[in-house]
Design a protein around this ligand. Structure first.
Ligand code: CP
Ligand code: NVA
Length: 306
């Protein structure tokens, strides 16, 4: 097992499938894993706000018998009071793992370069790989074999889009990112995902037309404005409204499930009617953050346990 999980690309198809299966095992038999991280401490560093990630890691680590230590930026931002390198060197002496939510992906590469313990990306500007694991755990629960699915992401091409498309490509799920002009996902990452998808009999595409989502099994939304960008949602409303997940879009595409990584902005990227409706698996998806991350942490910190 890899010593880091910062792009998600560290895991191939087989490893991803194994991890999802372990996550289901942990979810269904939690007591079997109550000591899986006994005696282990994990530092969770956050440069950005969080509800789901912070709590699902903290509570999840606790359920595995481990100890989570939360560090935010009030004590000095990484790289300001001391360098990111020194953060990694010091934390590695006490902790068994580092989970970090950072502004720039380069902070994660520096942390993992100088850390002697595993580093996990809990969101950066380019990727949100723990989210994608939870999303595919949820799709597995709903549909079983995800290699038969088509998944459509609608909205801004961003960190969540990138991780979702890379994992879809790895698992053989057809993926389309439907984004307005000027808000497409990163071209390099799309190229990378296309190559992985081709190896797994799947497709990755990008379109600015919502018709591209027709025939999807699942629709996926994220905020139209990511953390760190202070543009008011009202200002981008006109540009993104055609991409809103609402009942009309559900009917048009024929999708049978709706996902959203949250935090959600009701009546912007998704309507309350759909978010609270019978095709929404959004709260199950949030719960699955913990189970997917626990599988990842056990695999990284105590591989002999599984
Ligand atoms: N989906 C997600 O990462 O939520 P938080 O920002 O609340 O952690
Ligand atoms: N794209 C969003 C995801 C939040 C979980 C952001 O980066 O803010």
């Amino acid at each position: 097992m890899t010593q880091q999980f910062i792009t998600g690309l560290e895991l191939n198809k087989e490893a991803n499938l194994k991890l999802l299966s372990l996550a289901l095992q942990i979810k269904n038999n939690p007591m079997d894993f109550a000591d899986a991280l006994k005696g282990k401490s994990v530092v969770t560093l956050f440069e950005k706000p969080s509800l789901r990630t912070r709590l699902s890691f903290d509570i999840g680590i606790n359920k595995l018998g481990g100890h989570a230590v939360y560090l935010d930026q009030q004590n000095g931002a990484m790289g300001q009071r001391e360098s990111v390198k020194d953060f990694a060197l010091n934390i590695s002496t006490w902790a068994d793992g580092i989970v970090a939510r950072v502004m720039a992906h380069s902070t994660l590469t520096t942390l993992s370069e100088f850390s002697s313990v595993p580093v996990v990306n809990s969101l950066c500007d380019l990727y949100h790989p723990c989210q994608a694991l939870a999303d595919f755990l949820t799709l597995t629960e709903i549909y079983g074999d995800v290699s038969q699915l088509k998944l459509a992401y609608l909205g801004e091409g961003n960190n969540v889009t990138h991780s979702l498309m890379l994992l879809a490509a790895s698992l053989g799920t057809d993926f389309v990112a439907v984004c307005p002009k000027g808000a497409s996902p990163d071209a390099q990452i799309v190229k990378q995902a296309e190559a992985i998808a081709a190896q797994n009999g799947a497709s990755v595409s990008v379109s600015d037309r919502v018709e591209a989502a027709v025939g999807s099994n699942a629709l996926y939304a994220d905020t139209w404005v990511s953390m760190g960008d202070n543009t008011p949602l009202e200002l981008v409303k006109e540009k993104y409204m055609p991409y809103q997940i609402n009942q009309k879009l559900l009917d048009m595409t024929g999708a049978s499930s709706v996902l959203h990584c949250q935090p959600a902005h009701r009546e912007f990227e998704i309507t309350s009617e759909v978010m609270d409706g019978e095709k929404s698996f959004i709260i199950q998806q949030a719960e699955n953050r913990m189970h997917a991350q626990n599988a990842l942490l056990v695999s990284l910190l105590n591989p002999n346990f599984v």
